[in-house]
Ligand binder design. Structure first.
Ligand SMILES: C[S@@+](CC[C@H](N)C(=O)[O-])C[C@H]1O[C@@H](n2cnc3c(N)ncnc32)[C@H](O)[C@@H]1O
Length: 336
């Protein structure tokens, strides 16, 4: 499992019942009575059939069974599809060494020093790489390992979420073992591994690590891959620490947190992609201009879209969970 780039939806469905259903949920669009799923938000799959259009929800049946290989990471997509996604959605993934260097900058600021998780090096092939530090992570005065695990971090427009977990290098598909990963969540899980020796304590702390790790993405397929990858990063680390698999209830809880924290959003508008609508407005007839008294209709665009005002959209503003307060909040309200 830890060595696979492409997490297979059939395997996920069969090994961990209900977990794929949870990973497909759109928390903003769902109500308690009516669960709703994330949607494709790309035309890449429409050739398969009418259920795979841009606006179609990603249902489990569409990506499992004989359709089990429909969703693949970018590195396994055809070159033509890769090109069109770059053109349409600016989809270009960041090499893992760049993610590492940037995550290091954030940690350098947090720890007040360099080289905490790894040292940036040049690999045998002459390309930038890193060497993971071996000693248990030490924390600066006044900060604890728990503070690090619950420090909120986010990857914007996350694609397959390479800044969150580096299970593989998204640009070339090379697999990275759990103990050598550089993502935001990978680092938190390393700290959890080093400080929690019972499964109970570990599961609790890993839940906290997930609750403080956020990401959003427009395209539904990449979003699902990101969600799956994040879940598998947790499972990989549990295996690394205990050579075991968490119980299904814990895996479902992790999936629930991920389905809230890694969500589908147009990051420029803070709404579900393409949910803003133009309205047809009927105007009262002007009897002086048109004595026949014919009513006129005009199209009124979404005010937020027309004025590029992030707070005035008529689309569906995305909700995220404030885990400390245990309440849902609109993401736009967090934007300064
Ligand atoms: C350059 S890629 C970066 C992906 C990933 N963060 C990385 O560094 O490899 C840009 C990503 O942004 C997504 N995207 C483009 N426009 C977006 C928007 N308005 N809101 C959210 N995501 C968007 C694309 O689908 C694509 O996955």
């Amino acid at each position: 499992m830890a060595n696979e780039i492409d997490i297979l939806e059939n395997e996920l469905r069969d090994r961990y019942p209900d977990v794929l259903d949870i990973l497909l949920l759109d928390r903003t669009a769902s109500t308690e009575k009516q669960p709703k799923n994330i949607f494709f938000a790309t035309d890449n799959y429409k050739k398969i059939g009418p259920d795979y259009s841009f606006v179609s929800p990603i249902r489990k049946e569409l990506i499992t069974g004989r359709h089990g290989s429909v969703i693949t990471p970018r590195i396994k997509k055809s070159l033509a599809v890769q090109k069109s996604r770059s053109k349409d959605m600016a989809e270009v993934f960041t090499p893992v060494w760049v993610c590492n260097a940037q995550n290091n900058l954030v940690d350098n600021a947090w720890f007040g020093g360099e080289g905490v998780f790894n040292t940036e090096t040049t690999g045998k092939d002459g390309k930038p790489s890193w060497t993971t530090t071996e000693n248990k992570i030490a924390f600066p005065q006044g900060k604890t390992w728990q503070d690090y695990v619950k420090d909120n971090r986010m990857e914007i427009s996350c694609g397959e979420a390479p800044y969150i977990t580096s299970r593989y290098d998204t640009t070339n598909g090379s697999v990275i073992p759990a103990e050598n990963r550089i993502g935001i969540l990978d680092r938190k899980l390393r700290v959890v591994n080093e400080n929690c020796d019972t499964q109970e304590a570990w599961l609790e702390a890993a839940g906290t690590a997930l609750k403080s790790t956020y990401a959003y993405e427009w395209q539904g397929d990449s979003l699902l891959i990101a969600r799956e990858s994040i879940l598998y990063a947790v499972l990989d680390n549990f295996r690394l620490k205990f050579d075991d698999v968490p119980n299904l209830e814990s895996i479902k809880k992790f999936a629930e947190i991920i389905s809230w924290n890694v969500w589908q959003m147009d990051g420029l508008k803070c709404v579900i992609p393409c949910s803003c609508k133009s309205k047809e407005v009927t105007e009262e007839p002007d009897l002086f201009a048109d004595p026949a008294g014919r009513a006129k209709t005009r199209t009124e665009p979404c005010e937020g879209c027309a004025k590029d005002n992030i707070r005035k959209h008529n689309g569906i503003y995305c909700k995220i969970m404030d885990w400390d307060a245990c309440k849902q909040i609109k993401f736009v309200d967090m934007v300064k």
